[in-house]
Design a protein around this ligand. Sequence first.
Ligand code: PEP
Length: 276
Amino acid sequence: MYSCVFDGAKASIVKTIPDEMRFIRRPTMARRRIIAGNWKMNKTPSEAVALCAELKDLVKNDAVDVVYCVPAIDIVPVVEAVKGTNVHVGAENFYIEDKGAFTGEISAPMLKDAGVEYIIIGHSERRDIFGENDILINQKVKKAFASGLKPILCCGESLTLRKAGTYKEWIERQITWDLDGVTADQVKELVIAYEPIWAIGTGETATADQAEEVCALIRELIAKLYDQATADAVRIQYGGSMNAGNAAELLSKANIDGGLIGGASLKPDFGQIVNA
Ligand code: PEP
């Protein structure tokens, strides 16, 4: 397995993937599709309940895991509103301690007790606006697993890195740091969301081929860091302006097992993505 060396705020990877290991085509195994909405800082509690009612019939699909990741204040009413439906509830953030003097934060045991199953970790908005680095993100991944929450671990490159052509190395570095000390059995339960920052909330979607290239790269990385069985089990989503019009093509790709959806998760379009 690869390992990372943490040195204060810096970390370095001790191995990299040889070029010949990239994009090896392997028979795909059936992975259950997962479509998750990231509501971000939208919807008051009463608006959240109304949205659940609006989407209830539209998101029915027994073959897909459907998740609403909602603001902390909406968790309790949304858990109540989706009872008896196929919808699972996720949170958008938490802190790594169980309790104590951490004003404004919410803990994993609080989320679990409220009925949360999934947790978004490492979203580019938390990395860029709130300064979360890979050391904290790695701690959050481990804490989530230890607390019985399923992480949706986000990674993705900026437009600058995409244009510079160094985006593959960036993604490999993010994932390698973020999974340091995470076991193969845990990674089998993990969801990784590839979200190019230049495609988030911009209306500019990565082409299906661009998205597949990186999702395949991530799966190869997991095979290298762990083993092929783990790589075959981990679910990888694409996120970035996915909508009712482009979802089917993106989701048809061999290594894209679902989507993390921002803007379109707040509209009836979300039902079309679930059923794409
Ligand atoms: C996101 O924020 O995770 C996201 C993918 O947003 P959008 O779908 O709006 O681009």
